[in-house]
Design a protein around this ligand. Structure first.
Ligand SMILES: [Cu+2]
Length: 128
């Protein structure tokens, strides 16, 4: 009987130790891994009906942050191949989009509002 009590005590201690270790490990695990690679920031102005600059040259797999500033009209910034699509914004506002071009080539960026693309509101994203 005495041996049985001792056995139960040992099992209980092992269980408590296990729970404590698990709790300690859980507390030390970071909530989310931090994104460390910095983005190259490119500012593009948009107006009726052009982008400035209208040519961007970047490196493949380099993270980009496009800051799109609308200086006149109602526009957005779109690159189909990389699923980039900012909100459509009013004159005087700006918006941002972050993406990483993962293929080499020349891709068109454009404004998807009305017929703006056909009116010349487009440019080239050159990925090298
Ligand atoms: Cu536009």
């Amino acid at each position: 009987m005495r041996q049985r009590k001792f056995y139960l005590l040992v099992v209980l201690l092992i269980v408590i130790a296990g729970i404590s270790l698990f709790a300690l490990k859980a507390a030390k695990t970071p909530v989310a891994p931090q994104e460390t690679s910095p983005a190259v920031v490119i500012t593009i102005d948009g107006a009726d009906y052009f982008f400035k600059p209208n040519e961007i040259r970047v490196k493949k797999d380099q993270k980009l942050k496009i800051v799109f500033k609308n200086t006149k009209g109602f526009h957005d910034f779109v690159v189909d191949e990389f699923s980039v699509w900012t909100p459509q914004i009013l004159e005087g506002n700006s918006t941002e989009v972050i993406f990483t071009p993962n293929k080499v080539g020349v891709f068109e960026f454009y404004c998807s509002v009305g017929g703006h693309r056909a009116l010349g509101m487009k440019g080239k994203l050159i990925v090298e």
